[in-house]
Design a protein around this ligand. Structure first.
Ligand code: NDP
Ligand code: 2IT
Length: 451
């Protein structure tokens, strides 16, 4: 329960954050959510307050911004901006994905890097937090253009990463193709074959289950939330947004657990397939999005279902929603419409896909709400397992890795329950994830003294 006094302290704290980080709205949103959970907790644990852990944890260790020049297929010189925000290495080497998307700014990478601090802590593995990428848009580029961009990007990034320093991976716009070009350039420049990236293909040091991990992990987390209430995904109607890596493997695991996914989307619109996406239809989506790089509308054309141009899936009736595309894609009105249509659980596959007011609404209605830093931590968790396998020069088998992933998601669920408050009869997993993620990093920071 937040008292008036605490609310005013949170308000003052946030005013300072806004003054120091002007116009970084996504970063403010991410910090505010954590501060709301952690402030009342810190009040009961003054050692964190005296050591100013909260003030320190919101300040990245360092920010790297660089120019990336490359030549397109017509011989024109193109200039992009590269970023790496190394947020915290308190509990392990910096770790987190790279995003290539024209919309990104420093704000994007600060919010994502900040979220990663708590997420990586929850995985139980020794990983610090970072995020990076570029305003480069891979859409419509040839493979050769993507290769030249990735080579130019790595030529600078190489100074800042390393297997014990900072280990990037994929995110929006960065999949197996981009990781291959980035890894290849690193190997060429250093003449060393080391695990400096995760999400690698299996032929050169990648881990089984990594590409499935975020989506599968998110579904395992939702299954745990439901199980805790004596329920399950079996027979549930699910809406999924996005149609990239996270959306595809969320869909696959929902199908395996007996649920039915009735929507997928991309930045142009949503398909609504009341019969459900089958494994065969999902294979079509994988080929469409990962190989041919086409639009989701082709699904509706091929299978004769509804295509809703320019809309997200949240108007469609469902039991469980999996926002798996991008930040702030699910707004307050969407939350109201989902709840009035009977939605009982939400698993955030994307990072911060639910706007702050919408999160509050879900909690006020007793919806089981799995926040991103808990629900989508499976991706980075299997990245952590990829790092271990690379260091040991071994590879674990598929079922072993899936079991480990499931075990990690169950552990994250228990950690959240340990610190959760009450949200109208349901556990408040937002408080649970923020506080549980905070404690491990804060304790490590106390060990290091003032730095
Ligand atoms: P992909 O690039 O594979 O897919 C992204 C999907 O989201 C595409 O369908 C894309 O549509 C859609 N999308 C992206 N940006 C926007 C936008 N601004 N508006 C509407 N739709 C958009 O990325 P991932 O699946 O890897 O990532 C999806 C989310 O999951 C992100 O929030 C990411 O940070 C998060 N995440 C990813 C992890 C991973 O391991 N990959 C791990 C944890 C979280 P279109 O093709 O039209 O652009
Ligand atoms: O947001 C995320 O956790 C990721 N994009 C995955 C990061 C990773 O290092 O695997």
């Amino acid at each position: 329960m937040i008292t008036t006094e605490k609310t005013s302290s949170i308000h003052d704290f946030m005013e300072q954050v806004k003054l120091k980080n002007p116009a970084q709205h996504d970063f403010h949103q991410a910090v505010h959510e954590v501060v709301e959970s952690v402030y009342p907790f810190i009040d009961k644990h003054p050692r964190y307050k005296t050591a100013k852990i909260l003030e320190r944890i919101i300040e990245p260790d360092r920010i790297i911004i660089f120019r990336v020049c490359w030549e397109d297929d017509q011989g024109n010189i193109q200039i992009n901006r590269g970023f790496r925000v190394q947020f915290s290495n308190a509990i392990g080497p910096y770790k987190g994905g790279l995003r290539f998307h024209p919309s990104v700014s420093l704000d994007t990478f600060k919010f994502l890097g900040f979220e990663q601090v708590f997420k990586n802590s929850l995985t139980t593995l020794p990983m610090g937090a970072a995020k990076g990428g570029s305003d480069f848009d891979p859409k419509g580029k040839s493979d050769n253009e993507v290769m030249r961009f990735c080579q130019a990007f790595m030529t600078e990034l190489i100074r800042h990463i390393g297997k014990d320093t900072d280990v990037p991976a994929g995110d929006i716009g960065v999949g197996a193709r981009e990781i291959g070009y980035l890894f290849g350039q690193h190997k060429r420049l250093t003449n060393r074959f080391t695990g400096i990236l995760t999400g690698k293909s299996l032929e050169y040091g990648g881990s089984l289950i990594r590409k499935e991990a975020t989506g599968y992990g998110c579904v395992f987390f939702v299954e745990e939330m439901l199980k805790n209430q004596g329920n399950s995904l079996d027979g549930k109607i699910c809406t999924v947004s996005g149609s990239g890596n996270v959306a595809q493997y969320t869909t696959e695991k929902v199908i395996q657990l007996g649920g039915r996914v009735v929507t997928l989307s991309d930045s142009a619109g949503t398909i609504y397939d009341p019969e459900g996406v089958s494994i065969e239809k999902l294979e079509f989506v994988k080929d469409l999005k990962n190989v041919r790089r086409g639009r989701i509308k082709e699904y509706a054309d091929k299978y004769g279902c509804t295509y809703i141009e320019g809309k997200t899936p949240w108007g469609v009736k469902c039991d469980v929603a999996f926002p798996s595309a991008t930040q702030n894609e699910l707004l307050l009105d969407d939350a109201k419409s989902l709840v009035s249509n009977g939605c009982i659980a939400v698993g955030e596959g994307a990072n911060m896909p639910t706007e702050a007011d919408a999160v509050k609404y879900f909690l006020s209605q007793g919806v089981l709400f799995g926040p991103a830093k808990a629900a989508n931590a499976g991706g980075v968790a299997v990245s952590g397992l990829e790092m271990t396998q690379n260091s040991m020069r071994i590879s674990w088998d598929r079922s072993d890795l899936e079991d480990r992933l499931k075990g990690i998601m169950q552990s994250i669920h228990s950690q959240c329950l340990e610190y959760s408050t009450d949200a109208n009869g349901a556990p408040n997993y937002v408080d649970g994830a923020n506080i549980a993620g905070f404690v491990k990093v804060a304790e490590a920071m106390l060990n290091y003294g003032i730095q």
